[in-house]
Design a protein around this ligand. Structure first.
Ligand code: NOJ
Ligand code: CA
Length: 690
């Protein structure tokens, strides 16, 4: 696709053009719509620094940039500016799938070439891209004499706050993002206190740092979210809390070595990102993270298809059946798979996930974890070819499952064979899993070794035309733009916690996640539980939402893969299943209609390529009433809406399954009145009246 305006090289015309040794040491760049301003400069010590303004408010005060290395002096002060380039870029691009069909990518870029004045005279560039919805910046190290292999012991990037904002944060765990979010002032963050993970022994939280995306609200009502984009061949970044100076400092995830990252010049770091908005919903609509990634590298994308799916899955989480065949009730039998396929076919659900289909599950939790799994040998009671044949006949595709138990070396050895097997079977989707600590030992899920592994899997999968849904993943950093077969990830406390955790997801979880984890990318949350109490199987556990809120999640949580997670029998007799039959998974446009972090969220989306609209509205433990102006529907047409609302007596704990279904016409200019129960929600399907 050609840039719409141009790739305008305004080489320094905005600034004074001077000889390189006389270049100014301070630069100012504004976003195309003048909302965001960056000052980038060398301080008195010759160290690179920046400040960010939103309108006329400073949101990031003087923050330093630099590195510490193993076996080399740190890269900090003593720099001079060797070059400066300014670029205005504007190019819309089309998504293969997503929240919106078209994305505007408009930014102003400043690239400063820096060099140490004294030996070792190392060179690098800092590149800032300024958007109306935030900024991204990264370091670029060119090939140069005396700097080839670089061992980074720490990246010292600062983000200096201008106050003590409310912060929605989770501890900076190096292994797992399956933590609840905390809401405190920045100065009250205590990640160490959260070190004891209630369910996952491998949790490793070395210091008072948080994982990203981490989102904040300043006392001026400005929303900031810190994250990264295009994380390749590098470690994930956590943010260290410096309470005395009210600033974040980057803290990379480590591994078995003294250094945290090893790279060869030339290399670039991931983009360090700050999304900035005056409305929380604008964070959700922001395209900063995907815009900072490279365009799609997969030429033929015909096989990449967003889908709803059912699964032999929840029954294992409830303890009704087992993953392994040794158990009395093996879930993944040919017969059971056919039962789910029949249900899916009858309900407009085009895919089925089958877990526990391959040998190894007897010992996956034990000492043999490292090597137990085999990705080409089904259990004797599971005829995979027959399941695929039967599914094909009924229009239901198989989603394969690769639980690695974090035996990463073992998985890599089998990777080609495993994906050739899927290709031979005609399977185009796999869910991967990385439960437990990583083998080889000393590595963490979010360190450089694993970042490279997850990426390798996605690229091998692409060669074999397979879509990936990763559980226990590295966080998303917008790679879906470049590798659109990387569909969704877990990377949060999904709904499965409600089945077995002694610390279930509270009602407010789902009104924090869209403003934190979801800013990274699509989420495989597994909504659609109708039997919310499941006392028959687990009397101490339950899902802490109403049934109508479960429906609304298909709209408020974005994913191109959406599960109808409950057991087929639990949908029986529920007219609300019709919403799951109807709801789309791919969109032309998405709009946040109202939002407050931790309180409520309403989103409307238009189905891709169809004149059908879906609205989801959810609340925390408080009931809410909203008057929503219908300004999203096109002019001059009447739409029939089917409204799935909480019953008048509904309550996430006391009466979660009370709901009403009502049909009503709407047109542009009307007002929609919504009433959400405590822990509740509303889901609406609008289609044009013929
Ligand atoms: C954890 C995953 O999140 C879950 O979805 C899966 O069923 C189990 N691991 C087993 O692989
Ligand atoms: Ca998990």
């Amino acid at each position: 696709m050609l840039p719409r305006l141009s790739l305008l090289l305004l080489v320094i015309s905005l600034f004074t053009r001077c000889k390189s040794d006389q270049l100014p040491t301070s630069w100012t760049v504004q976003s195309p719509g003048q909302k965001v301003t960056a000052h980038v400069f060398l301080n008195a010590d010759g160290q690179a620094a920046y400040q960010i303004l939103f309108g006329d408010k400073t949101v990031i005060d003087t923050s330093l940039l630099g590195f510490s290395f193993e076996g080399q002096l740190p890269l900090a002060g003593g720099l001079m500016v060797k070059s400066a380039e300014n670029i205005a870029f504007s190019e819309p691009w089309e998504t293969v799938w997503g929240e919106d069909r078209m994305v505007e990518n408009n930014y102003h870029e400043l690239a400063l070439g820096l060099e140490e004045i004294a030996a070792p005279k190392r060179q690098f560039r800092v590149v800032f891209r300024i958007y109306d919805d935030g900024i991204g910046f990264r370091y670029e190290f060119p090939e140069q004499e005396g700097l080839s292999s670089v061992r980074i012991s720490e990246e010292n990037t600062e983000f200096k706050l201008t106050g003590d904002p409310i912060t929605w944060w989770q501890p900076g765990d190096w292994d797992i993002y399956e933590h609840l979010y905390n809401t405190t002032r920045f100065s009250e963050i205590d990640a160490i206190a959260k070190r004891d993970h209630p369910n996952l022994a491998q949790s490793y939280i070395p210091n008072n740092a948080v994982n990203t995306p981490v989102t904040m609200k300043t006392d001026d009502g400005i929303y900031l979210s810190f994250h990264e984009a295009a994380l390749y061949n590098y470690s994930g970044m956590t943010l260290l809390v410096d309470k005395d100076n009210l600033k974040w400092t980057s803290c990379l995830v480590g591994g078995p070595n003294k250094y945290k990252v090893i790279v060869q010049t030339p290399f670039t770091t991931p983009w360090r990102t700050i999304q900035i908005a005056d409305k929380p919903g604008d964070l959700i609509e922001s395209k900063l993270i995907v815009n900072l990634n490279e365009p799609n590298k997969i030429k033929n994308t015909d096989w990449i298809k967003p889908t709803k799916y059912v699964g032999i899955w929840w029954e294992m989480h409830l303890g009704m059946s087992s993953w392994d065949m040794a158990g009395a009730h093996h879930g993944a039998t040919t017969e059971n798979a056919k039962r789910y396929i029949d249900f899916a076919a009858a309900n407009n659900i085009p895919a089925i996930l089958v877990e526990g289909w391959n040998t190894g599950w007897e010992v996956w939790w034990g000492a043999a974890r490292e090597t137990c799994f085999d990705f080409v040998t089904p259990y004797a009671d599971y005829d995979i070819e027959e399941v695929i044949r039967y599914g094909k006949e009924k229009g239901v595709a198989l989603i394969a499952h690769h639980e690695t138990a974090s035996g990463v070396e073992q998985y890599e050895k089998q990777l080609d064979t495993a994906f050739q097997y899927l290709e031979k079977l005609g399977v185009h989707a796999v869910k991967t899993g990385y439960v437990g600590t990583i083998f080889p030992k000393g590595n963490y899920h979010h360190g450089q070794y694993m970042v490279n592994h997850y990426q390798h899997v996605v690229e091998v999968a692409a060669q074999h035309q397979v879509m990936v849904d990763a559980h226990e993943p590295i966080k998303d950093t917008g790679i879906r733009r470049t590798w659109p077969n990387f569909m969704a990830r877990e990377g949060l406390r999904g709904q499965e916690f409600d089945a077995w955790s002694n610390d279930m997801n509270p009602p407010e979880h789902l009104v924090i996640v869209p403003f934190t984890r979801m800013l990274a990318g699509p989420i495989d949350y597994t909504p659609g539980i109708f039997d919310l109490k499941f006392d028959k199987y687990k009397d101490k556990n339950q899902v802490n939402t109403t049934l109508a809120k479960q429906l609304a999640l298909y709209v408020t949580i974005y994913s191109p893969l959406q599960m109808a997670a409950d057991l087929p029998e639990n949908y029986a007799g529920h007219p609300a299943l019709q919403f799951i039959r109807d709801v789309a998974v791919d969109w032309d446009e998405s709009h946040v209609l109202n939002a407050e972090i931790g309180d409520y969220l309403t989103i409307v989306r238009k189905e891709r390529g169809a004149d059908r609209w879906f609205l989801g509205s959810i609340t925390d433990e408080n009931p809410r009433a909203f008057s929503i102006p219908i300004d999203f529907l096109p002019e001059g047409k009447t739409y029939e809406a089917t409204i799935y609302a909480d019953g008048p007596d509904a309550h996430w704990d006391k009466n979660p399954t009370s709901y009403t279904i009502e049909n009503k016409p709407f047109k542009k200019g009307d007002t929609l009145e919504l009433k959400l129960a405590p822990g509740g929600g509303t889901a609406i399907y609008f289609r044009p009246v013929e």
